[in-house]
Every structure is written in C-alpha cells, then in structure tokens.
Design a protein around this ligand. Structure first.
Ligand SMILES: [Zn+2]
Length: 258
C-alpha cells in the first residue's frame, strides 16, 4: 500500500512539474488527462506503480460515478426470510451497515466490535427498512412492531436488529445473553429495545439524538457529535443515502411483484 501511495505521489509531483514547464498558467489538475505523460517522465522501475496508479484512477472514476448517481444501494447485502431462523415476512431484509446513517453505522460497528471483545458474536439481521417492509411487519401483528410505515427508526437508517450467534446458530431466547448485548449498546448511548414490553425487542438498537419521529419524517436528521471533524461530508452522504433508500423502495416493490 505504501509502495502504491508513494508511486501515486511521485506520479502526481512529476506531472505537476512538467505541467509547470509547459504551461505556467494554473489549470485544474485532472489526473485522467495526463496519465499518458507518465511513460515519458518515469523510468521503467516505476512501471508497476504507474499501472497501480492508473487502476486507482479508474477506481476513483468508478467511485465518482457511483457517488453521483447514488447507485451504491445495488451493492448492499440483503437476506431472505428465515435467514436467521425466524419468520420475518416475505420481503427481503437489508442487512448492510452501509445503508445506515454514517454516525449510527459507526456506533453499530463499535457495538459489534465490543461484543466480540466480550466473546459474543453478533449478526446483523436488518438495517435500513423500506416503507413497504415496515408495512409488512405491521400487518404481521403486535409481536413484530407497533409502528406503521414511516414511523420506525429503521426507515431513517437509525435502527438495526441484531442477533447473537453461538456456534453458527442464531440465539433468540437467551435473556441473560441479550442483557449483555443490550448493556454494550446502552454504553454507546443507543436506545435498546430490550427495555420495551410491547413488543420486547432485544435485538433492536436505535439512535435519534433526541429528534422526534415526526421531524425525521420531515427530513430532519439528528445533530451528530463532533460532526465537522468526524463527518465532514455528512450532508452529502445523507443526500446519497436518501437516493439509495428511495431506489430500494422501488426495488422492494418490484421484488414483491415477482
Ligand atoms: Zn428493529
């Protein structure tokens, strides 16, 4: 990795200095336009790094394209019903942490890591949830949810459902195990569904930063601690997420029709 980076740095510096000789006027640097000149500037020992660099340029192009159109939802992992041994309805469940609000996503990654450090393996059962999927749970009865479409924090990327896994098997009914997991989540400032009674939902964790569901529905996201420093692109990321969520909503209805 260090080799690749130093190759990229060398290539960038070399190109910039040649540009300075050729054209003293400042022009915005576009690495795609100038890749061909690297062959002239760089001696053959750098050939490997140059091809790495060209790969990384292509990769950056791909990323830029994905980011512009908000197409990354196509990469999100999802599972079908009974994937974790429970009836969760006919519609697919998105299990990808990338479908979550960036701050909440990091909190859940920490939760998973902290549980692992305590010897508890956690599987993610569901992250973002479409309106259609929420509606399905609502029709499945009180054991699933009290919240109709638009009312669950899952629909704003601010909730997850998890389950502890022992020897490869999801364990849904071990209260003391749930308590340990719940405690880890609460330590991170998450709201834990194991405190609820109707329904008791120990696999559920959410974070709203004090924002009411109505405000979430109106498009207001919670204030993130230290946002400028830790999440400088938060607004852009959330805009992209919203596009991806909308795309999944469409996908879910087409999957359901099949
Ligand atoms: Zn949940």
């Amino acid at each position: 990795m260090r080799l690749v980076l130093s190759g990229v740095l060398f290539a960038l510096l070399a190109t910039r200095s040649v540009l300075a000789q050729v054209n003293p006027l400042f022009a915005p640097f576009d690495c795609r336009k100038h890749t061909e000149s690297f062959d002239v500037i760089a001696p053959s020992p750098f050939a490997v790094e140059i091809s790495d660099f060209e790969d990384s340029v292509r990769f950056m192009d791909d990323v830029a394209e994905i980011e512009e159109v908000g197409d990354n939802w196509k990469e999100w992992a999802y599972v079908e019903n009974f994937a974790f041994g429970k009836d969760r309805g006919a519609m697919t469940m998105i299990t990808d942490l990338n479908a979550l609000h960036p701050y909440f996503r990091d909190q859940i990654s920490t939760l998973i890591r902290n549980c692992k450090a305590k010897g508890i393996e956690i599987a993610v059962v569901e992250t973002y949830r479409t309106h259609a999927k929420q509606h399905e749970y609502k029709t499945m009865g009180k054991g699933y949810t009290n919240s109709g479409a638009g009312k669950s924090k899952h629909q704003y990327g601010l909730a997850v459902d998890v389950v502890p896994i022992i020897k490869g098997v999801p364990v849904w009914n071990n209260t003391s195990l749930w308590r340990k997991v719940g405690m880890q989540g609460e330590r991170l400032g998450l709201r834990w569904g194991g405190r609820w009674r109707r329904p008791y939902d120990p696999g559920h964790f959410e974070w709203t930063g004090g924002v009411a569901t109505g405000s979430l529905h109106a498009g207001i996201f919670p204030e993130v601690p230290d946002a400028l420093k830790r999440y400088p692109c938060l607004d852009d990321d959330l805009e992209l997420l919203k596009k991806s969520w909308a795309a999944w909503e469409t996908e879910q209805s087409s999957l359901t029709r099949k």
